[in-house]
Design a binder for this molecule. Structure first.
Ligand SMILES: [Zn+2]
Length: 455
C-alpha cells in the first residue's frame, strides 16, 4: 500500500496553494467600479477610515458567485450572482487576512471611501486546472464563490492572482451594491444539520462543517456514525485537539438518490447532491467536485468557516484546496490520515513536505522564490520562516540523522523537490503517511489559522 499512499501524495501536489510557475496570470479586462450609488465619488485613494464590524457590516453572510474562466496563460472573472446567506460565522474582529497564502486573494473595499473592509487568501479549482495539459489547448469556466460579511453599503470587490514572480497581481475589480442585487438563499427541507462538537458561538470559534456525499436515505445513520468518527479523529489529533475548546464541528446530511460517488474511469457517473468524483483532471485519486453552486446551496444550511466533504466510498483518494474544501473517503484503510493531511492543506495552507515521488509538476515550487506556504522554505540569503524555533546548537542546514529526529531545524527536501527546498523537521503529517503528527512549524501555522476564526 506504500505505492498507493505515494500515489495519493503525488496526486495531492496539484492542489497546493500556488499556480504552476509556467503560467503567468494574464490580467483579464479589468471591470472598473461603477459607483452608481455614489455618483461623483472616487474609489481611490482610500481615505483614513476606522473600520469596525458594526460600522460597515450586517451580521449576515454575503456570497458572490463568480464564473472564473481560464486557459494556461489567461484568466478572467465575471459576477454571476449575489446571494444572502444566514448569520456570519467568522470573526467580527479579525476581518483582514494576515497570511500570504493561496493562489488568489480577494478584497472588499468600501466604494465611497476606498477603505479596506475585508480580505482573504484562497486557491481555486481553476488555478489548478490551468496547470493541466488540457488548459494549453482550450479554455474552461468554473463556478466559484467568495463569502464575507454583508457590507451595509456599496462595495468594490477586487481579486488578485499570484504570478510566476510569487507576487499577487490584480485580475478583477467591480463595484457592487448589496441592496440592489442580493437575493436570499433557499432552505431545502431534506437537509439535516447536527452538532458533533460544540465549543461556543460561531463568531468566537472555528466552525468546521462535514458534508456527506453519496449517502442514500437508507444510509443516514451510517452518515452520522461516519461523521462522528471523523469529528473524534480531529479532536484526537494532538494539534487540532489542543484547540478543541475553540472548534465547533457540525455534520450535514443531504439524501443522495444513489450510494457512492462518481468514478469515471470505471464508467460510474452518479448524480449525487454534491457531485464528488474521482479522476478529477485525469488524476485517478483526485476526489473533487465542480458543482460549486450545489455545494454552496447545501452548505448554506449551517454556519461554516471550513468545509470537509466526506465521500461514501472505500476507494482511496482525496484532495484539498486552500480555503475551499477538502475531501476524504469514509471507509478506506487510510481515511483518517487523508482526513487530517488534506485539512492541513485546505485549512492552514500547508504545503506537502514530501519530495520522493516522481511527479509531472515538480517545478511547482522554485528554489529561487520563497514559497508563501508556512512550512517550506527556499532558504534564500540565509533566511527562513521558523528560525526563531531553532536552537543555536542545531546545524543549519540540518543533517537528516536520527539524533535530530525531534528537533526543529532546516532539512533539505520538501515541496516535491529533493534539493533547494527545506522543511522544519525530519518527519511530519505533511510529509509521510506514518503515525506521526504535524511538525512544530505546521502545528504553529494551524494554531495561528484557528486564531483567525476564533475569539
Ligand atoms: Zn510540517
Amino acid at each position: 500500500m506504500r505505492t498507493a499512499a505515494l500515489s495519493l501524495l503525488s496526486m495531492s501536489l496539484i492542489h497546493c496553494g500556488v499556480p504552476a510557475p509556467s503560467n503567468p496570470p494574464t490580467p483579464g479586462p479589468v471591470e472598473r467600479a461603477r459607483p452608481r450609488a455614489t455618483p461623483g465619488r472616487r474609489a481611490s485613494p482610500p481615505r483614513r477610515v476606522k473600520v469596525t464590524f458594526a460600522g460597515f457590516f450586517e451580521d449576515r453572510t454575503m456570497r458572490v458567485d463568480l464564473l472564473h474562466r481560464g486557459t494556461a496563460s489567461t484568466e478572467s472573472y465575471r459576477v454571476a450572482a449575489l446571494v444572502l446567506e444566514g448569520a456570519w460565522a467568522g470573526s467580527r474582529k479579525k476581518l483582514l487576512d494576515p497570511f500570504p497564502y493561496g493562489a488568489h486573494r480577494f478584497e472588499v473595499r468600501d466604494l465611497a471611501s476606498g477603505a479596506l473592509l475585508y480580505s482573504r487568501g484562497y486557491s481555486s479549482l481553476m488555478s489548478e486546472w490551468r496547470t493541466t495539459r488540457e488548459a494549453k489547448r482550450r479554455g474552461k469556466t468554473l463556478s466559484e464563490s467568495l463569502r464575507f460579511p454583508r457590507p451595509k453599503r456599496p462595495f468594490e470587490l477586487r481579486i488578485f492572482s499570484r504570478g510566476t514572480d510569487g507576487k499577487m497581481h490584480p485580475i478583477f475589480r467591480k463595484g457592487l451594491d448589496p441592496r440592489r442585487r442580493a437575493r436570499p438563499w433557499k432552505k431545502m427541507p431534506s437537509v439535516v444539520v447536527r452538532s458533533l462538537h460544540r465549543a461556543g458561538p460561531p463568531h468566537q470559534n472555528l466552525d468546521v462543517l462535514i458534508l456527506g456525499d453519496g449517502y442514500t436515505s437508507a444510509e443516514a445513520s451510517k452518515f452520522w456514525r461516519d461523521a462522528s468518527r471523523f469529528a473524534a479523529v480531529m479532536l484526537a489529533d494532538p494539534t487540532f485537539g489542543a484547540h478543541r475548546d475553540r472548534i465547533n464541528i457540525r455534520g450535514l446530511w443531504v439524501p443522495s438518490p444513489v450510494s457512492g460517488v462518481s468514478e469515471p474511469r470505471k464508467g460510474l457517473l452518479l448524480h449525487t447532491p454534491l457531485g464528488l468524483s474521482f479522476d478529477t483532471f485525469g488524476s485517478a485519486r483526485y476526489l473533487m467536485t465542480e458543482k460549486n453552486l450545489a455545494l454552496r446551496r447545501i452548505a448554506a444550511h449551517a454556519p461554516y468557516d471550513a468545509l470537509y466533504i466526506m465521500a461514501n466510498t472505500s476507494r482511496y483518494g482525496g484532495g484539498g484546496i486552500y480555503n475551499l474544501y477538502s475531501t476524504f473517503p469514509s471507509d478506506n484503510e487510510y481515511d483518517e490520515y487523508v482526513f487530517i493531511h488534506e485539512f492541513g492543506q485546505s485549512f492552514a495552507g500547508l504545503a506537502d513536505e514530501y519530495f520522493t515521488s516522481a511527479t509531472s509538476t515538480e517545478n511547482m515550487y522554485r528554489s529561487t522564490i520563497e514559497p508563501a506556504d508556512p512550512n517550506i522554505t527556499a532558504f534564500i540569503k540565509g533566511r527562513f520562516k521558523w528560525r526563531k524555533l531553532v536552537l543555536p546548537t542545531t546545524p543549519i542546514p540540518t543533517p537528516p540523522k536520527a539524533r535530530y529526529r525531534h528537533v526543529v531545524g532546516l532539512f533539505e527536501g520538501a515541496g516535491y523537490k529533493a534539493k533547494g527546498l527545506f522543511r522544519a523537521q525530519l518527519d511530519c503529517k505533511m510529509k509521510g503517511k506514518g503515525h506521526v503528527g504535524f511538525c512544530r512549524v505546521c502545528a504553529r501555522a494551524i494554531g495561528r489559522m484557528i486564531g483567525l476564526y476564533s475569539r
